[in-house]
Structures are given as structure tokens and as C-alpha cells.
Design a protein around this ligand. Sequence first.
Ligand SMILES: O=C1C[C@@](O)(C(=O)O)C[C@@H](O)[C@@H]1O
Length: 137
Amino acid sequence: MKILILNGPNLNLLGTREPHIYGADTLTDVEASCRAMDLAELDFRQSNHEGILIDWIQEARGHTDAIVINPGGFSHTSVAILDALNAFEGRVVEVHVSNIHKREAFRHHSYVSHRADAVIAGLGVEGYRAALRWLAG
Ligand SMILES: O=C1C[C@@](O)(C(=O)O)C[C@@H](O)[C@@H]1O
């Protein structure tokens, strides 16, 4: 199984960014722990740019079984990322490190959730591993 793990804006700062909300693990730690599970062939990426994330989602069409995506702030703004995911034929799991429903009202709605087969929020970085376990199961 081939899985693309996509991370949106500011997730490159994981581990140093608001650690009381997002924890101490860095994105490199998250990638290493996902790879250590050895459940699938992983392509793990991060971009701060909406168009780059869209290009990567489009490129995954036809040869990727699933996308695990933490769209960061684009969750709450991007119809364009939703449209790109709608054109992807595999499974989609949306991951949020924090519980977006417990936070500010503007975080309660995610465009990506309109497409996601599963949504994980509030498990911390364990959410990425939970997504992989579910996809591999
Ligand atoms: O950048 C992020 C990270 C986030 O997606 C999370 O992982 O909890 C939640 C978003 O609201 C926020 O903009």
C-alpha cells in the first residue's frame, strides 16, 4: 500500500510552535515514528503553500492508495484543497493534532471533512499513527 502524508502550513514548526497545544514532537519525529510502523510505503511531505499541496494531491491520482492530510489552517479556508481531494479516488484521512472542536469557533468547520473518510482530532501526533493503523487494517 502506498500512502501520501501531507502536512500544511506551519506544521514545519511542530515541536516549537505553541507546544501547549501541539506538543513537543517535531514533524521529523512524526515522520520517523510513522516509518517505524512499517505498514505501508510512505511519502511524507510538508508545504506552507496551498498550490503546492494541491499539485501534490493531483500528482497522487492513479498511483496512491490513500492520503493522510493535516491541512493546518487551510482546513478552514480552502475549497481548492477540497476540490483536489474530491478528484482523488483513494481514501482520505484528515488529521488534526489538536481537538479543533474544543478551540476557537473558526476552527470548528473544515472543508476537508466534506471529503475525508475519517477525521482524527485531539490525539496529538498519535493521530498520524492512528490514521495509518486504520488504513492498513
Ligand atoms: O495549523 C493548524 C494545526 C491543526 O490542523 C492541528 O493539527 O491541530 C489545527 C488547525 O486549526 C491549525 O490551523
